[in-house]
Design a binder for this molecule. Structure first.
Ligand SMILES: [Zn+2]
Length: 493
């Protein structure tokens, strides 16, 4: 999600939160998308390759969960039925498994989206899950499913869970899950019960909030297989790497297969898309735009993504995945990030550059180095906005002196705080804008070369983890200018 590039309201269903954001942004001024005299070249990185200071990137957790997902998309694209298999080897004793059902969050539920849990088994035995609201509104199942184990298990003991589920996709929803009947498109991300474990910490039980933005927390898992069965006339954009197609078990359907070594979430888009394919360095980029047309055509979206990908690789080091997927979905107002996959609204030309740079920067911040997005949203949003600003050359719009009095010092606040204290507009100013201003000021004080090397080291050494504020602080000990500024902004409580 991005906060500061709206220059026009979404095409439909303008929610109160987004309407407020749009007004706030108009006051702040729109991003032109034209400014590319960015400061990246001053960063000391080698042209087009891994930068100075890059140390060997940490490998994924050896005993990370292994997940298999099967989605069956209804012929009318309005719903999905699914099956999930999870092999989980905890690093601490557990007596239950906690799965999050984020499709039942308020901003999705208000558009008619809901997720139901079906039959659940643990090690082959049927169990009854306890589904609790955890921030879900009345009328939909909760966002948190607690699955009791037949017996508690010690650290290092593998547990196998199988879950059936179904998802209603809200019509023309502005959220990460929905379908658009007129354009014959469906999209569903985080649309399965997501194992909410964090190594060394335990279950992430943070409540959903009644505000747009990401609240998901998950370790990387090995995506053993993602199988999407859909009417054969439709294109399917997935996550991870494509691994072939075959005829589906129902007549007229095709099953599309994907796999990945380490992802912490999955996004899928299905429907009448025109798909552009382009190789950018080592990355296979695929961009789906609606056959019915879009304000910015597929070629231009692909150009913008390819440009931002090269710029961000120079700044942050190699892009973390072999593949990058992007889907343009008209009802969305801006963008949402998932590992190796992005969702974008059908935005105006003037907003595309900043939106693309921001969401793509999340591949390093949130996807590669994870964080609890509900409790510590600044950890990914500050850095994603910082990357966006450097790619688009808009450093002048993110000065520490311009951070508003009402959000100053509140950088470390969780989503719950912002949902109650001013909503999405203030969340953006306090988290995205303040965080980017802190990072840009620290880069000025420390010098771009030293600062950029420290950022690349952080990404390399914390790769495939879920970090908390104390770990961010420890990673940047060599840049006291940043630690001081983050502390002043309230990042460490
Ligand atoms: Zn973001």
């Amino acid at each position: 999600m991005i906060g500061t590039v709206h220059c026009s309201p979404p095409r439909r269903r303008v929610s109160a939160a987004l309407a407020a954001l749009t007004v706030a942004t108009l006051v702040a001024g729109c991003t032109s998308g034209g400014g590319r005299a960015g400061g990246i070249s001053g960063g000391g990185g080698a042209e087009g390759g891994p930068s100075d200071g890059e140390v060997g990137r940490a490998q994924p957790w050896e005993q990370r969960p292994v997940v298999g997902l099967q989605f069956d998309v209804a012929a009318d694209l309005a719903s999905v039925t699914g099956r999930e298999t999870v092999l989980f080897t905890p690093d601490a004793p557990v007596c239950e498994l906690v799965f999050r059902m984020w499709d039942n969050k308020p901003t999705a539920a208000q558009d008619g989206t809901s997720m139901e849990l079906g039959e659940v088994t643990v090690d082959g035995r049927p169990v009854v899950a306890d589904v609790v609201p955890a921030g879900a509104p009345d009328g939909v199942p909760g966002t948190l499913a607690e699955v009791p184990l037949p017996a508690c298990v010690d650290a290092g003991t593998q547990v196998r869970a199988e879950l059936g589920f179904s998802v209603e996709l809200g019509e023309d929803s502005g959220e990460r899950v929905g379908h658009a009947p007129d354009e014959e498109l469906a999209w569903f991300a985080t649309a399965f019960p997501l194992l909410a474990w964090v190594r060394g910490e335990g279950w992430a039980r943070d409540p959903a909030v009644d505000m747009y933005g990401e609240t998901v927390t998950s370790e990387d898992f090995r995506l053993d297989a993602l199988e999407v069965t859909a009417p054969r006339e439709y294109a399917v954009l997935g996550s991870g790497s494509p691994a072939g197609t075959e005829a589906g078990s129902s007549p007229g359907t095709t099953t599309h297969r994907f796999t990945a070594e380490a992802l912490r979430d999955v996004s899928v888009s299905v429907g009448r898309f025109v798909v552009q394919e382009r190789r950018v360095g080592d990355v296979a980029l695929r961009v789906g735009t609606p056959e019915s047309g879009s304000r910015v055509d597929g070629e231009e979206w692909t150009d913008e993504l390819a440009y931002a990908l090269r710029e961000l690789e120079e700044l942050f080091g190699p892009y973390p995945y072999p593949d990058l997927w992007a889907s343009v979905l008209p009802p969305l107002a801006d963008g949402v990030e998932f590992p190796s996959a992005l969702q974008f609204g059908d935005v105006r030309r003037s907003t595309v550059s900043a939106l693309v740079a921001h969401e793509l920067a999340h591949m390093w911040f949130y996807s590669l180095v994870g964080n609890n997005q509900a409790r510590d949203p600044w950890i990914d949003e500050s850095f994603a906005t910082y990357g966006q600003v450097l790619v688009t050359g808009r450093e002048d719009a993110y000065r520490l002196d311009d951070v508003g009095r009402r959000v100053r010092g509140e950088l470390g606040q969780p989503m719950e705080y912002w949902a109650e204290a001013g909503g999405f507009g203030r969340y953006v100013r306090g988290t995205y804008d303040q965080g980017a201003a802190v990072l840009l000021e620290a880069r000025d004080r420390a010098g771009a070369e030293r600062f950029d090397a420290a950022v690349r080291d952080y990404l390399a050494t914390r790769a495939h983890q879920v970090v908390d504020p104390s770990e961010v602080r420890a990673s940047f000990e060599s840049v006291p200018e940043l630690i001081d500024l983050l502390g002043d902004a309230g990042a460490f409580g």
